[in-house]
Design a protein around this ligand. Structure first.
Ligand code: FAD
Length: 384
């Protein structure tokens, strides 16, 4: 059996490995000449790590993951700790560590494992045809590829999604802009093995350790969409948006490299329940685009890859039947992740200022139990 995967992001690469491991001949076709992930780093929560373990990458993900032993929220002005607690109880409960990871290293790990020789670059899908027994992908350079199954892992602007749903879907602006990058660990900003978040004014500044003594940092600011953006002005912009914030935040703004700081307007897509059509399946952001507020978009893409491969392996009534079962297994899970992230997004970013103030207040009484319960529920909802 042969699978054609469209898109070499974390979803496509994970699907490629999962199907290859189950004996499928698998090829990945990617639109760009060099896969450049949006964003500097990503938190792989234990549900995602378990998927990577399942794919055979247990040692590799541990090697590139940061050591995140505790979690803290701090007041934006005074820098005072509102709550701080260890993450070990979460690890014990869900059975795996979280690993914040630089995106470039994650991407390399996945593509190396899949085998770069079977990743075809500069292959932009422009059409596809499913004749009931095979699927043929047509690329912008005039070439084609045919397989028993096609996986659309072509991200939030997916072209395969149009084929599966029969119409386009609109992305929804979530109301905030995110800046992110990597910086050398400096304990005057935050402890080296802690996920630290400064909160106030509906904004946040967060730092997570990744391997190589680096912090993954991000800043969120509620803003209208479509503002002019340039890396040249990002330090100046951040200084303006974070005027009056405490010394560690100012120090971070001074230390970051503005030319290596990404600026992303955050969107999601209203969840939909059709993930497959005939021999074509959607996976990752093509199937469910979420705001990053619970750090689950990429983890869900890896879950998709695992469930899709298990479904194809476990059922013998044909590809179309196995894909329908993949859809049945995933729709509820991915819908709940998108909606949970949207809810968290609104509280974090001051959509209802009273709710946000109540959340800040609740952090002062947080022992870790409530937050860790919420995280455990999300993680344990995964397939492994
Ligand atoms: P993508 O990574 O978008 O890959 C799609 C690929 O398809 C691209 O390489 C693209 O070039 C290719 N492609 C597109 N169109 C075509 C075509 N027509 N033909 C061929 N190829 C095509 N998730 C987490 O789990 N944890 C986090 O902490 C986290 N933080 C985030 C922070 C931010 C700021 C953002 C924006 C997202 C975050 N996410 C996080 C979400 C995560 O980044 C995505 O869910 C994940 O990258 C989706 O992977 P994917 O492979 O589905 O799509």
């Amino acid at each position: 059996m042969k699978a054609i995967v469209i898109g070499a992001g974390m979803g496509g690469a994970s699907a490629g490995i999962a199907l290859r491991n189950f004996g499928w001949q698998t090829e990945i076709y990617e639109a760009v000449a060099q896969v450049k992930p949006v964003g500097a780093a990503i938190s792989i929560w234990p549900n995602g790590v378990k998927c990577l373990n399942f794919l055979g990458l247990q040692r590799q993900i541990k090697a590139i993951g940061g050591d995140m032993a505790s979690m803290a929220y701090q007041d934006y002005q005074s820098g005072q700790i509102l709550t701080r607690f260890p993450l070990r109880p979460l690890v014990d409960r869900v059975g795996e560590f979280p690993y914040p990871t630089a995106r470039a290293e994650l991407q390399s790990m996945l593509l190396d494992e899949f085998g770069r020789g079977r990743v075809f670059l500069n292959k932009r899908l422009i059409q596809l045809e499913d004749n009931g027994s095979q699927v043929t992908a047509g690329f912008a350079d005039g070439s084609t590829a045919t397989g028993d199954l096609l996986i659309g892992a072509d991200g939030t602007h997916s072209m395969v999604r149009r084929h599966v749903l029969g119409h386009d879907v609109k992305r929804r602006y979530a109301g905030y802009v995110n800046w992110n990058g990597l910086v050398e660990i400096d304990e005057a900003i935050a402890p080296a093995n802690q996920w630290t978040t400064f909160v106030g004014q509906g904004k946040r500044v967060s730092l997570m350790p990744v391997a190589g003594r680096r912090f993954y940092y991000f800043f969120d600011v509620p803003l209208p969409t479509g503002l002019k953006q340039s890396r040249d002005t990002s330090r100046k912009d951040l200084k303006r948006y974070f005027t009056g914030w405490c010394a560690p935040v100012q120090r971070l703004i001074e230390q970051l490299d503005p030319m290596a700081t990404n600026r992303v307007e955050i969107h999601d897509i209203e969840p939909f329940s059709t993930l497959v059509r005939g021999r074509v399946a959607l996976l990752g952001d093509a199937a469910h685009s979420t705001t990053p507020d619970i750090g689950q978009g990429g983890c869900a893409a890896m879950e998709d890859a695992v469930v899709l491969s298990l479904s194809l392996r476990a059922h013998s009534l044909g590809v179309e039947d196995a894909l329908r079962r993949y859809q049945e297994s995933r729709v509820e899970r991915v819908t709940s992740l998108v909606l949970k992230a949207r809810k968290r997004c609104d509280v974090t970013h001051g959509k209802d200022p009273l709710a946000t103030r109540q959340w800040y207040h609740s952090l002062e009484h947080e022992t870790g139990e409530h937050i860790l319960n919420g995280m455990a529920e999300t993680i344990l909802g995964g397939p492994l």
